[in-house]
Write a protein that binds this ligand. Structure first.
Ligand code: KIV
Ligand code: ZN
Length: 516
């Protein structure tokens, strides 16, 4: 009987990194490699050592520092590439040399200018050379998805005879469909006589959005290694996303005949965030598994269902990937039930307020504000309408000096504070911090900036910058948003909106104290 474990081979640092706008530093690659090791990845493809001295050094450093995962490096079927892999990897606890050549007619004729026999011999020689350095040799038939099946069977058989222990079948251009790709793997198992001497691996690109489906189809036909990348990074539309394929295997293990991976699911969310931040590749909010919306429920009907039984709209828990916070968004689409539960969680007994009244005011606020937070709801409960809408802090004027080579970023902010005009100046590590310091002094509210995010709304020179900030104040999270064509002004507005939320919260605390 075949082993049920699926080996997870991560190529974030090779296929993923080669597709980034700017390459990563050695230290950044090492941080990602250690996070992947922590995630329980079986094989980390660390880079392509012959491609540059920087890549060589990064692979070497990862090889030195990673202890539990196998560290792998890529080479063409060329002696100097294979030797460079060995030189970079030899310090590792466990290492693998991965060598590849294209096998489709199109690639052989137009790219390599070689015939199939020449390709076959180059592959055999490269595998044998790599086997002088290690038993753990992987061979990939690039563009296998478009390789005639007779040639594919032949080269797989010969590669195994030459000593490859893993044979990788890439759908390099993301062209195949799940049924078709599964049939390729099935054919290999039926037709290659020595197939049981190697692990069959797959490496699917996502050009038609099929990477995860194709990988799952392949393991149903006997493949036992999946090559993937965190957040689906990789050439063009990317590789099979690690988080998707791993959670699909976990969630549908019964359908998949008990197949499993050794990935520590609870580390998925934080690894995704780290990779997104280091690679400067934000994850879209609707991205499966790791998008910020992936576990959020917005519509009233969905929220009502989830509150009654979360399985109505959740096939896995956010906790299973390491997210602990509540993902119920309060928007104008939220129903009464949601608002009542939120008030329950805040500690308000149902007989202490009129739900119809709070809900009607909530809807008005949600129409104006978009997303409503729990502290906004408390403001509705405690503050009269004009108090609730009244802004404690308003930006009146902003002046910033910043520059390069020794210029100290300095800001001066004029604000109206409960109707009175006040001005402060401050320096900072950058203009945004200088503005934040001014506003902190003016409001006399000390909070911790936990998250600062800037995104473009629109394109071209008149695009607006939207700044979203999260701060922590007395153990609670507050959110602020600012929008302007000037990103420093958007930052100031975001800070002021979050300080206004805290100001309202302090007013509520006062009202509660006086009432008690
Ligand atoms: O997509 C591909 O074919 C590759 C190989 C080098 C495995 O990345
Ligand atoms: Zn690839």
């Amino acid at each position: 009987m075949k082993d049920k474990k699926i080996i997870i081979f991560d190529s974030t640092l090779r296929d993923g990194e080669q597709a980034l706008q700017q390459s990563l530093s050695l230290n950044q690659k090492l941080q990602i490699a250690l996070a992947l090791e922590n995630l329980g990845v079986d094989v980390i493809e660390a880079g392509f050592p012959v491609s540059s001295p920087g890549d060589f050094n990064s692979v070497q450093s990862i090889a030195k520092n990673v202890k539990n995962s196998i560290v792998c490096a890529l080479s063409r079927v060329v002696d100097k590439d294979i030797d460079a892999c060995y030189e970079a990897l030899k310090v590792a606890q466990h290492f693998r040399i991965h060598t590849f050549i294209a096998t489709s007619d199109l690639h052989m004729k137009d790219k390599l200018k070689k015939d199939f026999n020449e390709v076959l011999i180059m592959a055999q020689n490269a595998i044998k050379r790599a086997r002088n350095y290690t038993d753990d040799v992987e061979f990939s038939c690039e563009d296998a998805g478009r390789t005639p099946i007779d040639n594919l069977c032949k080269i797989v058989e010969e590669a195994i005879k030459a000593g490859a222990k893993t044979i990788n079948i890439p759908d390099t251009v993301g062209y195949t469909l799940p049924y078709e790709f599964g049939e390729i793997i099935k054919n290999l198992f039926n037709r290659v006589p020595n197939i049981d001497k190697a692990i069959i691996s797959v490496h699917c690109h996502n050009d038609l959005g099929m990477a995860t489906g194709n990988s799952l189809s392949a393991i149903m036909q006997g493949a036992r290694q999946i090559e993937c990348a965190m957040n689906g990074l990789g050439e063009r539309a990317g590789n099979c996303a690690l988080e998707e394929v791993v959670m699909a295997i976990k969630t549908r293990t019964q359908f998949l005949d008990g197949l499993y991976t050794d990935i520590i699911h609870e580390n998925i969310a934080k690894t995704s965030k780290l990779v997104a931040a280091i690679c400067n590749e934000p994850v879209p909010s609707h991205k499966a598994i790791v998008g910020s919306n992936a576990f959020s429920h917005s519509s009233g009907i969905h929220q009502d269902g989830v509150l009654k039984n979360r399985e109505t709209y959740e096939i896995m828990t956010p906790q299973s990937i390491g997210i602990n916070d509540n993902r119920m968004l309060m928007t104008a689409r939220s129903g009464r039930h949601m608002i009542k539960i939120c008030l329950d969680n805040l500690g308000y007994a149902a007989n202490t307020y009129n739900l119809d009244d709070v809900y009607a005011r909530f809807l008005k606020l949600a129409d104006k504000k978009g997303q409503v937070y729990d502290y906004d709801l408390e403001a509705l409960m405690f503050l009269s309408q004009d108090k609730e809408e009244q802004m404690g802090f308003v930006l009146e004027n902003l002046n910033v000096i910043s520059g390069a080579k020794g210029v100290i970023p300095t800001a001066s902010v004029k604000m109206s504070i409960d109707g009175e005009l006040k001005t402060e100046s401050s320096t900072g590590n950058g203009p945004v911090e200088a503005v934040f310091n001014c506003i902190t002094r003016l409001t006399q509210i000390e909070c911790l900036l936990k998250n600062y995010n800037i995104s473009a709304k629109g394109s071209g020179v008149d695009a607006q910058g939207q700044v979203d900030v999260d701060v922590e104040f007395k153990g609670r999270r507050f959110h602020g948003k600012g929008l302007s064509t000037d990103v420093i002004e958007a930052s100031a507005e975001a800070f002021i909106s979050v300080f206004n939320a805290i100001h309202r919260y302090l007013l509520i605390e006062d009202v509660k104290r006086n009432a008690g």
